[in-house]
Design a protein around this ligand. Structure first.
Ligand code: MD3
Ligand code: FE
Length: 213
């Protein structure tokens, strides 16, 4: 579906030497990704995880693939088992792997084979505070992220928490890829502005494909 919320396709913005936005790269996959997310979350539903400090995360999460990211009073970690269902996470839909592989290759990372995909759901007002993704054993393999639904302003920082951040607008269909020296940058998402996306309604979904082990 063509819509005013979506990115122009085919353009690329470099954020750093090994980090870029592939504008609209996920648009040809959008229907398949949404069908996959619906099937996955019918089995392993979105939930608000508890941080080790006892706070409830604003972002609702699920996972698919061999490993999933979880958090509870004991800490943050990857687990092959969904603690809610006590079963393996749903497998990767084929379209997820195709997108992750193609986007990584387009960004210069050949042969990217993720073993985890975190699915984030943001309602209007939800933010994700500045953090590093440091629970993966592999600290250089690329992470591929696909944004769907309401637009977001992504904060792209440096390797230290206090480094200056730049604001990167992300819309439906955008893919961000970062790896190598830029893999450990601090990043976050500003509060999602109220709005209604023609396909997804009042939400933003983000898929992040990771290589954990
Ligand atoms: C660039 N998710 O799940 S994805 C996360 O939009 C997470 O849901 C955000 O951060 C989201 O851990 C951001 C895009 C992204 C993520 C991490 C980066 C871009 C990045 C790390 C360094 C540089
Ligand atoms: Fe992150």
């Amino acid at each position: 579906m063509s819509d005013l919320f979506a990115a122009p396709q085919g353009l690329r913005t470099d954020l750093a030497a090994q980090a870029c936005v592939l504008h609209g790269f996920a648009l040809p996959f959008a229907d398949a990704l949404l069908a996959g997310i619906a099937a996955i979350t019918a089995v392993s539903p979105f939930r608000h995880l508890i941080t080790p400090g006892g706070h409830t995360m604003q972002v609702a999460m699920s996972n698919c693939g061999p490993l999933g990211w979880v958090s509870d009073r004991r800490g943050y970690r990857y687990s092959a088992c969904d603690p809610l269902t006590e079963q393996a996470w749903p497998p990767f839909p084929e379209s997820f792997l195709t997108l992750a592989h193609a986007a990584a290759a387009e960004a210069g990372f050949d042969g990217h084979v993720p073993d985890a995909c975190l699915i984030n759901r943001y309602a209007p007002g939800t933010r994700l505070s500045l953090h590093q993704d440091r629970d993966e054993d592999d600290r250089v393999a690329p992470i591929v992220s696909a944004s769907l639904g309401l637009p977001a302003t992504f904060l792209f920082g440096g390797l230290a928490r206090g480094d200056k951040t730049v604001r990167v607008p992300l819309v439906h269909g955008d893919v961000v890829v970062w790896g190598g020296a830029d893999r450990m940058r601090f990043h976050g998402v500003l509060p999602i502005r109220p709005g209604r996306h023609p396909v997804l309604g009042e939400q933003r979904l983000n898929l992040t494909f990771r290589k954990v082990r």
